[in-house]
Ligand binder design. Structure first.
Ligand SMILES: Cc1cc2nc3c(=O)[nH]c(=O)nc-3n(C[C@H](O)[C@H](O)[C@H](O)COP(=O)(O)OP(=O)(O)OC[C@H]3O[C@@H](n4cnc5c(N)ncnc54)[C@H](O)[C@@H]3O)c2cc1C
Length: 378
């Protein structure tokens, strides 16, 4: 029995099966826009470890009793403007570094065509982990590194999606030095869409991208902007929701099957602390930061200690969990799966006509209509 017997629809691509295989018989391969395990039948000894450790088969949620909810943001406005929402991730990460620990979070690949998790105790890497990369972050290599750091008695903070946290928990087991700060998650998009978008930008600019951010804040928190810096010195920004990548991401068309049926939502939540954008905060209070306010849900005693360790650096207010659920459905429910025929048509347009045509097909933007109207008037 190995993970190949699992229905692919259940695979979250966490990569734990590859990490636990004693014979290196499992590799994560790109299939249908995402990574899935491929078993090398010659190397596989049928030990069943990959199947047993797979979070879909064996992850058990723990009841958590503390459920304190806060709206919060860093007092340092510069740091808020460089984070997705209120910058709480940065505060937690710095607190772990100050204890001599390491942080595992997501950074862009060197070519900005994807993202990967790394483990680091270096503040310059923590800076790169800031902001959401709305593609699936690869985990190759990090499970072993986390275990090694814990064996050296270093505190480790893992940040990522709840399915990734479930995989790390299954790999390490209980460990008092391991902290989890997980994200309220809408579900990442395929990095193929990002790769095609980056390639389009580079062609248009005739220059390589040297910096990229899909949660750039201009004068305020929202709308979100994509900002790309180029080797030639130019910097281009466009609203995420009008960009080809953003329209594909926000239409939910190119997500893993497992995300539409996400088994890691709702209560008990997975993580010591859960962070997200504080959606709807403007309807609850006037006391929020217009450059970014994080929603913070403290779920465990460990999470409470972590929150207390950053309390001097943040402004925060107690809130009610019901309001979070009301305005941020992704805490409790996955996004809906698009119609299969529309998905197939989208894939055909994406593969034959490119990312821009695919985005126009799934979510035409204003400028697309303007283009059509322009043609009619001409
Ligand atoms: C794919 C995705 C979907 C999300 N959907 C929602 C949502 O529906 N509702 C909501 O309220 N919030 C959502 N978030 C979280 C939100 O965008 C912010 O990350 C969150 O508000 C924390 O903001 P911050 O300012 O504290 O930290 P940030 O500066 O945003 O810190 C970013 C943290 O997210 C991690 N991260 C970044 N990209 C990825 C990735 N691709 N995979 C795993 N971890 C990653 C980094 O390691 C770091 O820990 C989503 C994030 C991602 C990555």
């Amino acid at each position: 029995m190995n993970v190949s017997t699992l229905n692919g629809e259940n695979c979250s691509g966490c990569g734990l099966c590859a990490a636990v295989c004693p014979k290196n018989a499992v590799r994560m391969e790109n299939k249908n826009f995402f990574l899935y395990p491929e078993i090398d039948a010659e190397k596989c000894i049928d030990c069943g470890i990959c199947f047993d450790k797979c979070p879909h088969n064996s992850f058990k949620r723990q009841e958590n009793s503390e459920k304190e909810v806060y709206s919060a943001w860093l007092k340092d406005e510069n740091l808020v403007s460089q984070s997705s929402s209120g910058g709480l991730f940065f505060a937690f990460a710095k607190s772990i570094l100050e204890k001599g620990g390491k942080v595992c979070g997501s950074v862009y690949d060197d070519d900005f065509c994807g993202a990967k998790h790394i483990l680091s105790g270096d503040i310059s890497d923590i800076m790169k982990m800031r902001t959401s990369k709305y593609v699936q972050s690869k985990t190759e290599g990090v499970f072993g590194e986390i275990k090694k750091a814990l064996c050296e008695n270093k505190p480790v903070l893992f940040t990522g999606t709840p399915c990734q946290a479930a995989a790390v928990k299954n790999f390490v087991g209980e460990n008092e030095n391991l902290y989890f700060v997980t994200l309220i998650c809408h579900g990442p998009t395929s990095d193929k869409a990002l790769k095609a978008y980056v390639s389009d930008l580079e062609k248009r600019e005739n220059s390589k991208i040297t910096g990229f951010n899909m949660r750039k804040k201009l004068k305020k928190w929202l709308p979100m902007y994509i900002e790309a810096s180029f080797e030639n010195g130019n910097v281009k920004t466009e609203p995420l929701h009008l960009s080809t990548f953003g329209r594909i991401f926000q239409s939910n068309i190119l997500m893993r099957d497992s995300c539409y049926e996400c088994g890691y939502k709702d209560f008990p939540l997975i993580g010591d602390v859960i962070i997200g954008d504080y959606k709807g905060i403007e309807n609850i209070t006037e006391n929020y930061n217009k450059m970014g306010t994080s929603c913070v849900i403290v779920c465990t005693e460990k999470g409470k200690k972590l929150f207390e360790s950053v309390s001097e650096q943040i402004d925060f207010q107690k809130q009610e969990i019901d309001a979070v659920i009301k305005y941020n459905q992704r805490l409790t429910k996955p996004v809906s799966k698009p119609d299969q025929k529309i998905y197939e048509k989208f894939v055909s347009v994406f593969e034959n006509e490119g990312v821009s045509a695919a985005a126009d097909f799934i979510k035409p933007n204003k400028s697309f209509f303007q283009k059509v109207l322009g043609k009619i008037f001409k």
